[in-house]
Design a protein around this ligand. Structure first.
Ligand SMILES: [Zn+2]
Length: 345
């Protein structure tokens, strides 16, 4: 089980060196769009550490990973009544606030409006941070970095032409071709993105909140009705006194391991089960090379047992509410100690 004694009891005001890492292989389950301007983002990098060849990889920027996870958590907070469903009416003269000065709705539930008017006291605001111009900011305690596709760009994407035909089903009318043709690059299904999420100085309840968001989030990238789903395969949880390896290093070393096992074939997708098994074996090896002291590593069967328990709690409304309640208490404590005071001066 996860040793909660290894987490700080409260969110400290200054960095205290409590690092909890969530190690994942993200797998696309359908065609996904991670582009910013119509094209997929790519990077030229070494294929591996032992394979010095330069290849193009699809990149999934930080915000493309954390934003959907944040939003999944925020949805849950509203669902269970920890934050209000109402939008902020922040310029209203007689804004209703509670005794802490937090904007609330008619029933006294805090209103947290994403990127508009953050409540500064909910698990989302404290864990992922916020910035509200002059009205204060809170640094994110959830760090993620660009993730790189394990397979090369050429084998990981497909260009789709999205047609909007006329009612007759044809692309031309009276001899003129419609201009409603749009080509977009999609990431292929079963493309893997090794990634590490670092959670810094959060107590166990808020770490669990972040972890649950990762486990629950299914939709990443540009949203259409059916595409863009991903599965986050959890490989390990590592608690340590410092930060561990980067996404790129993890990707390159996993590439090396798979290449050595003859599993990289540039025509076929990398077999997911093989990649998962290799990644599990690789984590201990990589950790042994890091200049940090791990206080707990949850891998293999231990991780599975922990996930089964957490999964059971997440599937039950009462225990789910308790988990969120604990997270809410932790964020409120921090708000009362450090945020509320700052706002008063
Ligand atoms: Zn909030």
């Amino acid at each position: 089980m996860l040793n909660i004694k290894l987490f700080p009891t409260d969110v400290p005001q200054r960095p205290m060196g409590y690092y909890a890492h969530i190690i994942l292989l993200r797998e696309t389950d359908s065609y996904s769009l991670f582009q910013t301007d119509g094209e997929l983002n790519t990077a030229q990098v070494h294929a591996g550490c032992a394979n010095a060849e330069i290849i193009s990889r699809i990149t999934m920027f930080k915000r493309k990973q954390t934003t959907p996870e944040r939003l999944a958590g925020r949805e849950l907070l509203r669902h269970y009544g920890f934050t209000s469903a109402e939008a902020s009416d922040k310029d209203a003269k007689n804004k209703r606030t509670d005794e802490r000065g937090v904007a609330v709705d008619g029933t006294g539930v805090p209103i947290c409006d994403y990127n508009v008017d953050f409540c500064k006291q909910c698990p989302d605001c404290i864990s992922y941070g916020f910035a509200i111009g002059d009205a204060g900011s809170e640094k994110s305690k959830v760090y993620s970095d660009t993730a790189y596709s394990l397979s090369r760009f050429d084998d990981s994407h497909e260009a789709f032409t999205l047609n909007a035909p006329y009612e007759s089903g044809t692309m031309s009318r009276q001899g003129e071709l419609t201009n409603r043709i749009n080509e977009q690059d999609h990431v292929r299904p079963q493309t893997l993105f090794p990634s590490v999420i670092t959670v810094r100085d959060l107590p166990a309840a808020l770490f669990r909140y972040v972890l649950m968001n990762v486990l629950r989030t299914r939709r990443y990238g540009a949203q259409t009705t059916r595409t863009g789903t991903m599965t986050n395969h959890l490989i390990g949880i590592v608690l340590a006194d410092g930060e561990i390896f980067s996404n790129l290093h993890f990707t390159q070393r996993l590439y090396d391991a798979l290449k050595a096992g003859n599993h990289i074939n540039d025509i076929e997708p990398i077999p997911v089960e093989v990649a998962l098994t290799s990644a599990r074996a690789l984590v201990s090896e990589l950790l042994a090379e890091e200049p940090v002291t791990p206080t707990q590593t949850l891998l293999g069967d231990d991780l599975l047992a922990f996930l089964n328990t957490l999964g059971g709690q997440m599937r039950d409304e009462t225990t789910m509410r308790t988990l969120l309640q604990e997270a809410a208490e932790a964020s409120r404590t921090y708000h009362a100690r450090y945020v509320q005071k700052k706002g008063k001066k």
